[in-house]
Each structure stands twice: as structure tokens, then as C-alpha cells.
Design a protein. Structure first.
Length: 201
């Protein structure tokens, strides 16, 4: 029996068949997009793994540096304690000063010898602290200027006035601290002596 082309059932089936036809262009586009997405995800994962490895390495380096810093801090603390102990038993005062005659540091035993606390000297110039006998101050400044000119100096003995007014004699020896051929600071060691003045070697 012949089927009419105008049969509604036939037309319906035909439309359903047309609807089910595969659009291969769209399928190909979707596959390409999926492939690109996969590659992008893989690239992000690789970058994440690389960054994680870098952070792990940085953390390890930081841990080593922290440990080394702690070790150095301990060494410095031990050295400072040894210096403090040494100067607490010594009759030698060590101080440092710059090229403007400004005192940078003073050993703590200055209080036991002269009665002054270190902070009473630090940051001040020689001529501001009034610890040296005025009649010796000019010679001390001239010696300091010669030292800053890198001239050789012999030890000198000067009179110092303690906080209680007593006069003490100190023998001074200096050394330059250089960096890039420039004077960074001067270290002076003042050793308490029985008394008397000298004029040279």
C-alpha cells in the first residue's frame, strides 16, 4: 500500500529524523574547546607545581638564614658579654669617635673609673663633656687632628677630671678604622696610670 507524502505521521517522523542529525561542525568546535580547556588546566597545574616548589625552596632558604641569624646573634651576645666582663675588670676605658670628634661609644667601666655613665658621653663632642683637664684639651684636639690626617702618633698621657672632681691620669692609644680608604671611626683606649706627663716616645 502506498504511503501518502502528505501523511502527517510521515512528516512528523521525517522532522524528528532531521532534528536528530549530527552537526559535525559543532561537535568539532566543542572538541577543540575541550582540548584547549584541558591544556589550559594542565598549564595552570604545572605553574602551580612550579610555584609550590619555588615557595618550598624559599622557605628552606629562609629557615637556614633565620638559623644563621640566631647563631650570629648568640655569638654577638657572647662577645658583648665577654667585652662587658673584660672592661668591668679592666682599668682601661675604650671609646670610639668620628671625624667631628663626636663620641660614638664608651665602654661601661667608665662609670667605675670616672663616675660617668656611658650615655652621658655618647653623641657629644670632646669639648662638650668637660672630662679632660682644660690645659690638656688643646693638645688632645691637635693630636686628634694629626690622627685624622693619618699621621703617626705616640701614646700620650692626659689629665681627666672624674665626676667627683678628682684628677686621674690616662694614657691614650688610638687606632683608625678604615673602609674604602676612608676613616670610619677612631678607637681610643685610655689606660689609667699612676700619674705624670710625657712628651713623646
Amino acid at each position: 500500500m502506498a504511503v501518502s507524502r502528505d501523511n502527517p505521521e510521515v512528516e512528523k517522523n521525517k522532522k524528528q529524523a532531521d532534528h536528530c542529525e549530527v552537526d559535525y561542525d559543532k561537535v568539532d568546535d566543542r572538541a577543540i574547546m575541550d582540548e584547549k580547556t584541558t591544556k589550559h588546566i594542565e598549564m595552570l597545574e604545572a605553574q602551580l607545581m612550579e610555584r609550590t616548589a619555588e615557595l618550598a625552596t624559599a622557605t628552606e632558604v629562609l629557615a637556614r638564614e633565620t638559623e644563621e641569624r640566631r647563631r650570629l646573634e648568640k655569638v654577638l651576645q657572647e662577645r658583648d658579654e665577654m667585652e662587658r666582663l673584660f672592661f668591668s675588670l679592666s682599668r682601661e676605658i675604650m671609646f670610639t669617635w668620628d671625624n667631628e670628634f663626636r663620641i660614638l661609644s664608651v665602654s661601661p667601666n667608665v662609670e667605675a673609673i670616672l663616675g660617668y655613665r656611658p650615655e652621658e658621653f655618647i653623641g657629644r663632642r670632646f669639648d662638650e663633656i668637660n672630662v679632660m683637664d682644660p690645659s690638656d684639651l688643646l693638645e688632645a684636639v691637635e693630636n686628634a687632628q694629626l690622627l685624622l690626617s693619618k699621621k703617626k702618633l705616640y701614646s700620650s698621657i692626659f689629665r681627666f677630671i672624674a665626676k667627683d672632681g678628682t684628677v686621674k691620669f690616662g694614657e691614650l692609644n688610638e687606632a683608625l678604622v678604615m673602609k674604602d680608604e676612608k676613616i670610619v671611626k677612631i678607637i681610643t683606649v685610655a689606660r689609667e696610670v699612676a700619674g705624670g706627663k710625657n712628651e713623646g716616645p
